[in-house]
Design a protein. Structure first.
Length: 72
């Protein structure tokens, strides 16, 4: 066992903080809710809604990639 491993505490992990765990849980809940909403929309309106959701998702991912590219 190395000296670093012997002195490392469980809170050295950046994901160990409760604030980050709460943020991760919130993000996962939002994604799950969005997936359920998409499933309901497709069930109600059929396959044309799936195409529209695909176009919206493409625009959202494109905006996210632009944001990453500009460093925000």
């Amino acid at each position: 066992m190395s000296a670093q491993a012997a002195t490392a505490s469980p809170t050295d992990d950046p994901q160990a903080s409760t604030a980050e765990n709460a943020l991760a849980a919130r993000i996962l809940l939002i994604v799950a809710a969005a997936l359920v909403l998409c499933a309901v929309i497709v069930a109600v309106f059929g396959l044309p809604a799936l195409g529209i959701l695909g176009l919206l998702a493409t625009a959202i991912v494109w905006a996210a990639l632009l944001s990453i590219m500009f460093g925000n």
